[in-house]
Design a binder for this molecule. Sequence first.
Ligand code: NAI
Length: 345
Amino acid sequence: MSQPQKIPATLIPGDGIGPEITEATLAVLDALGASFEWDHQVAGAGGVAACGDPLPQACVDSIRKTKLALKGPLETPVGGGYRSSNVRLREEFKLYANLRPAKTIIPGGRFDDIDLVMVRENNEGLYMGYEHFIPIDGDPHAVGMSTGINTRQGCRRICRFAFDFAVKQGRKKVTVVHKANIMKALTGIFLETAREIYAAEYKDKFVLDEIIVDACAMKLVMNPWQFDVLVTTNLFGDILSDLIAGLVGGLGMAPGANIGEDAAIFEAVHGSAPDIAGKGIANPIALMLAAAMMLDHVHMNDKAKRLREAIDATLNIDNVRTGDLGGKATTKEFTAALIKRLAAS
Ligand code: NAI
């Protein structure tokens, strides 16, 4: 029988726990028989160490060619230092939509039966990096300033993405999260555009709701089941997606996809977790679920389904869990148990 053609894809293991969870994810993709031809690249602190650049040209060129990447977390210095390689990648490839689902896999936690999707605008808002300090009286940082920008075109693009996603997935409600009472221009344009597009094109397809971001944070904790799909601007989406990860067991369970005109990059929501890096105890599930989203993206839906089901069975039937989920398994032990499950499926 002829081998299926391999799909070219860029692989960035990333920093901190990145290489550990990437190794685990590759082993699982192998066990699934998912055939990717990986082009290994570095970025973030790894890029600085290898060639003095947090986003080496070779990495950008690779993604430009493959249009598809699986990426581990990349370290970004806090305060000063280089600009986030994640943000630069999102800009470089116009990855305007950040899709972050949160679904309960382990029952009996603080919240059961969560099934939410955050659609975060990924290219505009307060992430544009238009920032500077004003020195006064010898203090170089006497005033800090940041300018956020949302464009009509950018708002239309992300609202259409979220609305189309809701229709395709048979979702019942989309909630626009904003702060248009205070930031009347920056997030007002977002809300206004969502209302306009909904009224013109999606009115009969689902319910559109709107909520101010602070109330949304409170309601997500009090009664998350009232939400379905949420769509919001860059910074609010970043914060609330960590919040919804917390509803389903934490960052170790939260995958993400950055989707745009020129490429798609799949990653975990979490960062490089320097506090546990190298200890072999990181939970690899978030990156594995991101790999499942990648399998769906390249139409290997059957393999994505098998992977999600095997993760569920390993956690809930075999009871193999890493420390963040209250278990004792190492990354390698969890991965071995998952591969055993896959072999049986
Ligand atoms: P973090 O997400 O790395 O860690 C927050 C907490 O969650 C830590 O206690 C960590 O041990 C735990 N955690 C995260 N992932 C885990 C996993 N898979 N298994 C078990 N525990 C896990 O956030 P932090 O510490 O704020 O950021 C560390 C670095 O990561 C920073 O340089 C930051 O800029 C970067 N970062 C990168 C992201 C990306 O590449 N997409 C996203 C978020 C942060």
